[in-house]
Design a binder for this molecule. Structure first.
Ligand SMILES: Nc1ncnc2c1ncn2[C@@H]1O[C@H](COP(=O)(O)OP(=O)(O)OP(=O)(O)O)[C@@H](O)[C@H]1O
Ligand SMILES: [Zn+2]
Length: 742
């Protein structure tokens, strides 16, 4: 009798079986966990991280809660081994992963991949690390092996890395690095000790003296932290009313109780000022989590979150899946932001899934915004969410006065984009020694290039999109797939020279105009592609606060949360930009964005002014911005959506069918159309070509499922998809609660 049979016998006898047989969820798009056996003498509870062989490689996976199949012979199972020294994934986090998978109709393993990635789990380097950087004596024209070349490329990206990180990133042996070091092509230096996460001090002197409104809201939030129960609070209030100061008091309460806090921000890489503010309040910076972190920092942070030494984590949406040891509070700042929606891979909304995490873990969560989403307002209305409001700006600052410039009656000069009243307002502002900001939500120089001679337009070869000129870099670029080509001298269609004309403005072009109009003003351009990452953004913010800049020209990154005391004029170059197109939320989103940009003006003593250039100033969105009556606009918006069961009064799910082969793509989408579900309260729109009918070389078709609020979309979708044969070269992406309709 071999050992395996003994084990089977043991299990059959109903004794408490040692968990020799485990069900392991792997970070792969598989339908379910796979069964493994553990080596003799090892056992593992659910949540344990193991290394398991899959298709010839070793992957980290997690022992899952599902029952392994007892009928499968133990001897034929592959062996997984427990990785010592790693934290276990808590039951609540496992439930969240399953829940998100179920809701978004993704494979649980794909969701798991957002929570554990092998590099996170590698051993932590010694506290003192040796860093490797490119050396001084790399000979010109040296013959490089691919491995050596790879090492240099990686060092060019990171400057310095520890040996284990370098080995892992380059996928080469340590010997390659040593031999390069012997030749002097690499240098090793003693790095700093990996710093521990310092404890934020809730009693640090940086606490603001809160106003009455702020105090009441802060106390109410702090009370829900003490309560340790699930609750959702909307914290709203005009821009500059001190929402951040207020929720930091709830964070302080969590710290006092020794519990961790998670704060989700839409663009953590740009939140230098937020981090400074946190440090002023608590004496130390928080732990941060976003995609720009170095592998070593990532790993250290992940571990510190798991062992509870990182008390406060501020992060982008992916921070939602961190393995907190004892989470006590979640904050979602700028909750209305569509950046919380992940549009690729697992398509999920981090705000909504944060509410799910709070419910699973019985935690309070606060959704914070000056312009809450209609979804959140509907939940307040229905009594599911509590609302705390801050009515006025802090310290007696008034809200900026908003007016429209009607471009029909006062247009800019031919070929220009800044209208005379705007020029006048900038002039006045600069004369008073104050700062002005021009906002245009478009990167680059011009969104379209046209040949004046033959009418040729430059389009992306892979997408249904025009190429955007980036004049400084002398390229034409697709903002959807990244394709770029050099700016040609002549028209590729008719060979005419000097005939290529930019159509419409981007920030670069507005900046050029500003240079002509205000040659003496000190200018600063802020766009996501030119700002230079988190450090660049921090530098820019400091320059503005230090008054080293007079005029700021920026895309939507200037709208986010900044507090610039000397900025008194905000000019919107094209207030109509977001309103075109049939998007369900075009109006709501434009209002939120422009209100947020407008809110940057006049936040300190000097009053602020906002000018909106528009061809349709009578539009309800522009009117709401002028009157400041956002609530009335949102009510009208709600009334518009209610009768047709549009969200939040009904449910939507989009199917995006895509493939390189157009005929196959059309066949699958037509088949989906024919098999569309029929039932009362269920409706299918489409198939129709997506607005981006071609993206990265793939043809795209869309179908939209709309149901009454009381009908869940997931079972309908599952059923529907199971009836259609989907060829292997066609993909169907499911987007539950779509935010983008491209
Ligand atoms: N009670 C207070 N005491 C001192 N300063 C305060 C107080 N409340 C707010 N402030 C200051 O007022 C400014 C605006 O506050 P805060 O950024 O918290 O507002 P907000 O509502 O989050 O703004 P927005 O929505 O526009 O980003 C900040 O500089 C903040 O430090
Ligand atoms: Zn493209």
């Amino acid at each position: 009798m071999d050992g395996n049979e003994l084990d089977l016998w043991g299990e059959d006898a109903g004794r408490p079986a040692p968990a020799r047989r485990v069900s392991v969820l792997l970070p792969l798009p598989l339908g379910r966990p796979l069964d493994y056996r553990l080596p003799d003498g090892e056992s593992a509870e659910p949540g344990t991280i193991v290394l398991a062989p899959v298709h010839g490689r070793m992957l980290h996976g997690v022992v899952w809660d599902s029952e392994p199949d007892p009928g499968f012979p133990l001897s034929r199972l592959k062996t997984a081994s427990v990785v010592p020294g790693l934290p276990r994934l808590a039951p609540d986090l496992r439930r969240l992963i399953d829940w998100v998978a179920g809701y978004t109709l993704s494979a649980p393993g794909e969701v798991l991949a957002m929570a554990i990635r092998s590099p996170l789990l590698a051993p932590l380097p010694d506290r003192t690390v040796t860093l490797w950087g490119a050396g001084p004596s790399m000979p010109e024209g040296a013959q490089l092996t691919p491995a050596r070349k790879r090492v240099l490329e990686i060092l060019a990206e990171h400057e310095t890395l520890s040996l284990p990180d370098l080995v892992r990133e380059a996928g080469i042996g340590a010997g390659v690095i040593r031999s390069m070091a012997e030749r002097g092509w690499l240098t090793a230096t003693e790095g700093a000790k990996a710093p521990a996460f310092a404890q934020p001090d809730p009693a640090y002197q940086g606490a603001a003296v809160l106003s009455g409104d702020q105090r009441a809201a802060a106390d109410a939030l702090a009370a829900s932290v003490t309560e340790r129960a699930f609750s959702v609070t909307l914290l709203d209030g005009v821009t500059g009313s001190g929402k951040t100061e207020t929720y930091l008091e709830a964070v302080a309460e969590a710290i006092r109780l020794g519990r961790q806090s998670l704060i989700l921000l839409p663009e953590i890489a740009l939140s230098a000022q937020w981090l400074e503010r946190f440090a002023r309040r608590f004496g130390v910076p928080p732990a941060v989590w976003h995609s720009d972190l170095s592998p070593a920092t990532r790993r250290r942070t992940w571990r510190a979150v798991a062992d509870g030494t990182a008390m406060v984590v501020v992060g982008a949406r992916s921070a939602l899946f961190l393995p907190f040891a004892d989470l006590g509070l979640i904050i979602v700042d700028e909750e209305h932001e569509s950046a919380f929606k992940q549009e690729e891979g697992v398509i999920y909304h981090a705000r909504d899934m944060a509410v799910v995490r709070a419910r699973i873990e019985a935690l309070p969560i606060a959704l914070v915004s000056a312009t809450p989403s209609l979804e959140t307002l509907a939940n307040v209305e229905a009594g599911r969410y509590r609302r705390l409001s801050l009515a006025s700006r802090h310290g007696g600052a008034s809200l900026p006065e908003v007016t429209a410039i009607d471009l029909r009656s006062t247009p800019p000069e031919r070929g220009r984009f800044i209208a005379p009243p705007m020029i006048q307002a900038i002039t006045d502002t600069l004369e008073r020694g104050e700062q002005a900001m021009l906002f245009l939500n478009r990167r680059g120089y011009a969104p379209l290039t046209l040949c004046r001679h033959c009418g040729h337009r430059f389009a992306c070869p892979h997408c249904t999109a025009w190429l955007v000129e980036h004049r400084q870099r002398r390229i034409l670029q697709c903002h959807h797939c990244g394709h770029s080509e050099g700016m040609p001298e002549a028209c590729p269609a008719c060979d005419a020279t000097d005939s290529l004309t930019p159509v419409g403005p981007g920030v670069e072009r507005v900046t050029e105009e500003i240079e002509l109009l205000f040659p003496d003003a000190r200018r600063l351009v802020m766009a996501s592609d030119t700002i230079g990452g988190p450090e660049g953004a921090a530098r820019a913010a400091r320059q503005i606060t230090d008054r080293a800049v007079d005029l700021i020209i920026g895309t939507q990154i200037v709208a986010k949360g900044w507090h610039f005391p000397h900025l008194t004029l905000v000019g919107v170059i094209d207030a109509d930009l977001g309103l075109a197109g049939g998007d369900l939320r075009a109006g709501e989103r434009t209002l939120q964005l422009l209100h947020q940009v407008a809110g940057r003006a006049g936040r300190a003593e000097a009053p602020g002014r906002v000018l909106l250039q528009s061809y349709a100033p009578e539009h309800p969105v522009i009117q709401a911005l002028i009157s400041g009556d956002i609530a009335a606009f949102m009510e009208a918006e709600a009334e518009g959506r209610r009768p047709g069961h549009w969200p939040p009064f009904g449910r939507l799910a989009a199917l995006i069918v895509s493939g390189e082969d157009m005929v196959e793509t059309d066949r699958v989408s037509a088949e989906l159309g024919r098999r569309a579900p029929h039932a009362p309260g269920v409706e299918v729109l489409g198939p129709a070509p997506a607005p981006l009918a071609m993206l990265r070389g793939r043809h795209r078709r869309r179908l939209l499922l709309r149901t009454r609020k009381d009908i869940a979309v997931q079972p309908i979708l599952k059923n529907w998809l199971s009836e259609v044969s989907i060829s292997r070269n066609v993909r169907v992406d499911i987007d539950v609660d779509p935010v983008s309709f491209l």
